[in-house]
Design a protein around this ligand. Structure first.
Ligand code: CDP
Length: 249
């Protein structure tokens, strides 16, 4: 792929046919794993992400215990087969950074004060990557936390915006991320509008940055609706199952 490739044509269409304000297709499902306390599966375009939650449970390693509150320990992991060139398995600087920012974003909503000394463990597995995996992972982790019944003041919704070919765009795909000018992943607490994750890779003007935030926040709000939908579907399915069980008795 050459650097001269056109990412946004003269009609404002992107290489996957989207307008600047459109996200990729989104699918969210809650409660996909039986053995975790909570779980979720998210697809955003070609990204495929699984999140699993355990806890609150005893914090290991012990020296990380906080006597006043629980800690959220997130582990972001990209599978070797998730990218075009096999990714070397295991922890690297990027996965440590993403685990940290996702944990910090989630600590803004989890009522950690209820569980002193405990740990809430969040595992994010990237099964297929196509840019925006930290946002998809955080979106999935929030749903998995809610599915686990962890008390939270709200769920966190996440999406990136960015810039390619001089256009500010919502939800960059891999080509736009690789060959574009900037990537701005963000996450919000939708009920308050608080921004709990904001990063920027690349350059944009102040006006472009404001527009990226506007687009990104709009994208997060859309994600939020789909997260709530997934949780509602999960609990209505569970209720139906319980009703079936009581009918049989
Ligand atoms: O995934 P996200 O946009 O949050 O993070 P990034 O570090 O900006 O990575 C952008 C994309 O580059 C990933 O989603 C993958 O598609 C790709 N990537 C890769 O191919 N190999 C890696 N070791 C890391 C990232």
């Amino acid at each position: 792929m050459s650097k001269e490739m056109v990412l946004v044509d003269d009609k404002g269409k992107r290489i996957d046919g989207r307008t600047s304000e459109e996200s990729r297709e989104i699918k969210i499902e809650a409660g996909v794993l039986k053995n975790a306390d909570g779980s979720a599966y998210v697809e955003i375009g070609k990204n495929k992400v699984l999140a699993a939650v355990y806890g609150p449970r005893e914090c290991h390693p012990r020296h990380l215990q906080n006597p006043t509150k629980a800690i959220v320990q997130c582990k972001y992991n990209m599978q070797a087969y998730s990218v075009d060139d096999r990714k070397r398995p295991g922890t690297d600087r990027r996965s440590i950074e993403i685990s940290k920012i996702v944990s910090e974003a989630l600590e803004n909503v989890v009522l950690t004060g209820l569980y002193p000394r405990a740990s809430i463990d969040v595992y994010i597995e990237i099964l297929q990557a196509n840019a925006g995996t930290r946002c998809a992972g955080l979106t999935a982790a929030s749903v998995a936390l809610a599915d686990a019944g962890i008390p939270m003041k709200d769920i966190v919704a996440s999406m990136a915006a960015g810039k390619a070919d001089g256009h500010v765009l919502l939800d960059l795909n891999k080509e736009e991320d690789n060959f574009g000018e900037a990537d701005v992943p963000m996450a919000i607490v939708p009920s308050t509008g608080e921004i709990v994750l904001l990063q920027m890779d690349g350059n944009m003007t102040r006006e472009e940055f404001d527009r990226a935030i506007e687009l990104g926040v709009g994208g997060c709000k859309k994600i939020y609706e789909l997260q709530k939908d997934a949780l509602k579907r999960r609990y209505s399915a569970e209720e139906a199952e319980e009703e079936d069980d009581s009918d049989e008795q």
